[in-house]
Write a protein that binds this ligand. Structure first.
Ligand SMILES: [Ca+2]
Length: 332
């Protein structure tokens, strides 16, 4: 009957998920700030979700201003949600009043804690004894901690915080898997092969040479990293390449590579070439390097024209003022 009620409670709470209950398949360890009688921390992760007194852990009454229960998952997991079962005696008027105002926190090292949820139930109300808290964090440690001193205990002159946690179910995936059933593997190109549970986006960015949300696209020939979203190279291009993705080849006639931005040669053209992309050839009659912009040069004896690509008629012995080499030469 109690099991049926437990399932019914889950359905009412909408606790329907496919993520693994991490403590069912690993060596989780639970500890309490203090232990009352034999109601030890083991009861928090024993798989039994019954909520009667003997099925729950219990910190001591009049113990301390603070009470907590902590679960160590033994390694980092990507958490999705945490379901907490608090003591709830069904057979008489006892209510989970000590559960008010608890805090659910996670940590990777127990030194700094990150709060996923803080209950704000006032003294006049009773919190639900089963709570399903979304906690999409990567963590190794989970704790429920409280310094709430319930007024109901005043009549017994009992002071301090008390926790009576029966079970903590921690749902999530291994750090390198994702999806509602943890069946999909994070890309090996994710740093630490860690990604978020919902979409598989790499949590810590991409390994060198990859980009996109899942780091499945390969950067071009960037010398250093490329932009996570666009794939554009964040540093210079390898010599001889240009463009935002460094995937365009500089003119083969550049003297010393070309500008990453527009492909213009860094140090002009190699000897014998001119033009904006150094693809035009200097005249055959140039006596020295031709002008990089327009190809003008000083001519050797017997050559004519601004670019020195024509021959003097005297040299040719023909009555033609000027012949353009390689075009009308057959007329010479
Ligand atoms: Ca239990």
């Amino acid at each position: 009957m109690a099991t049926f009620l437990g399932i019914w409670n889950l359905l009412l709470l909408g606790v329907i998920h496919c993520y693994d209950n991490i403590c069912e398949r690993s060596s989780c360890k639970a500890t309490l700030s203090s232990v009352s009688k034999n109601l030890s921390a083991d009861k928090v992760i024993d798989g039994n979700t019954e909520q009667d007194y003997n099925s729950c852990s219990h910190t001591v009454v009049n113990g301390a201003p603070e009470a907590w229960v902590m679960v160590d998952l033994r390694k980092e997991y990507k958490l999705q949600n945490v379901v907490i079962y608090y003591r709830n005696e069904r057979d008489y008027t006892w209510r989970p009043y000590r559960f008010r105002q608890y805090s659910l926190q996670v940590s990777s090292d127990t030194l700094s804690w990150n709060e996923c949820y803080k209950d704000n139930t006032p003294d006049s109300r009773i919190p639900s004894s089963i709570q399903n808290i979304t906690c999409a964090r990567t963590a190794r440690y989970i704790r429920i901690i409280t310094n709430y001193d319930a007024p109901e205990d005043d009549q017994f002159s009992e002071r301090g915080a008390v926790l009576e946690i029966c079970e903590i179910q921690i749902f999530g995936c291994d750090s390198n898997h994702y999806g509602s059933d943890c069946s999909m593997e994070c890309s090996v190109n994710c740093k630490r092969q860690t990604c978020d549970n919902a979409k598989g986006s790499c949590t810590y960015g991409c390994n060198s040479g990859f980009y996109s949300e899942k780091c499945e696209k390969r950067c071009s020939t960037c010398l250093s990293a490329c932009n996570r979203q666009s794939g554009e190279c964040e540093g210079p291009c390898p010599n001889g390449m240009y463009g935002n993705h460094c995937n365009i080849t500089c003119s083969r006639n550049c003297e010393n590579g070309c500008s990453k931005i527009d492909g213009l040669c860094n140090s002009g053209c190699i000897d014998g070439k001119f033009g904006i992309d150094c693809l035009q050839t200097c005249g055959g009659g140039c006596s020295s390097r031709c002008d990089q912009a327009d190809g003008n040069c000083s001519c050797k004896t017997g050559w004519l024209g601004q670019n020195c690509n024509g021959k003097d008629k005297i040299v040719l012995g023909l009555n033609i003022d000027c012949l353009v080499e390689n075009t009308i030469r057959s007329l010479c």
